[in-house]
Design a protein around this ligand. Structure first.
Ligand code: PGA
Length: 273
């Protein structure tokens, strides 16, 4: 059993402020992350669009006050600029996210790489800036269908991971990094990787990590993302190298997201038996 598992919800460009408030009303009324599996640490993080982050904070704060318990849900942003401030029209900085209480940032999502031309270099710069500022980066990596069919998966995965590992080589906070394997062909298609395929690539990526870092950092967790649903969440968490899930479409429905959290915890608890 893994000490902590991670269930992350990437809302992408969905959810207005009003919709966010309705979402949390439903989600938080049934969210009992720790109750069914008290021994299973589960880090639940939602990634709303920037404009819904303040409402996310309000909803979670109100919930803490009402319930007088520390709710386990955190929130983060879907991207960030590496500079602290300046002439970057349309961008958002880490100090801005800090002030809103964000503790995580997604980086290198395939939609950013492919629709907005993000490169390994710019992603690595952002990872370093996050680590400097105490915000935890989630580095997304994964191959396209064409790369998979031409047997380039390992080459692509190695390139995307080692680029970030070399940029962060001497960074004291590097162990706060989280990796998310998201095969591009599985995102939003309803065609998830099989748990066996996802495990194979996460195991391979863990090997790349091992060759590049000291033993202290080998605990950097790997998540799987791409058409995660209540039906496959448990099986994915039964895999040795998968410590969590990055959920897109299904995280927009509070009940489905809650069920995924539950199934993931169930899988983790069962994996120890
Ligand atoms: P999906 O998206 O779950 O809708 O496939 C995953 C992601 O893009 O992070």
């Amino acid at each position: 059993m893994k000490d902590t598992i991670y269930v992350f919800g990437n809302w992408k460009m969905n959810m207005t402020e009003k919709e966010t408030s309705a979402y949390f009303e439903r989600f938080l009324s049934s969210c009992c992350v720790a109750k069914r599996y008290p021994d299973c640490g589960c880090s639940v993080v939602v990634f709303p669009p920037y404009t819904s982050i303040p409402e996310t904070r309000n909803c979670l704060e109100r919930h803490y006050q009402r319930q007088r318990v520390q709710c386990l849900v955190e929130y983060g942003a879907q991207d960030v600029h590496y500079a602290q401030q300046g002439a970057y029209t349309g961008e958002i900085s880490l100090p801005m996210l800090h002030e809103l209480g964000c503790t995580w940032v997604l980086l290198g999502h395939s939609e950013r790489r492919h629709l907005f031309d993000e490169t390994d270099e710019s992603i690595s710069q952002k990872v370093c800036a996050c680590l400097d500022s105490g915000i935890r980066p989630v580095l997304c990596f994964g191959e396209t269908l064409d790369q998979r069919e031409t047997k380039k998966t390992q080459e692509i995965v190695t390139r995307q991971i080692t680029s970030v590992l070399s940029a962060t080589e001497n960074h004291p906070e590097r162990k706060r990094l989280v990796f998310a394997y998201e095969p591009v062909w599985a995102i939003g298609t309803g065609r998830a990787a099989t748990p066996g395929d996802a495990e194979e690539i996460c195991g391979f990526a863990a090997g790349v990590l091992k060759q590049n870092v000291g033993y202290r950092e080998l605990t950097i967790p790997f998540l799987y993302g791409g058409s995660v649903s209540p039906a496959n969440a448990k099986e994915l968490l039964l895999q040795e190298h998968i410590s969590g899930l990055l959920v897109g479409g299904a995280s927009l429905k509070p009940d489905a997201f809650l069920e995924i959290i539950d199934r993931a915890m169930e899988g983790n608890v069962e994996s120890s038996r």
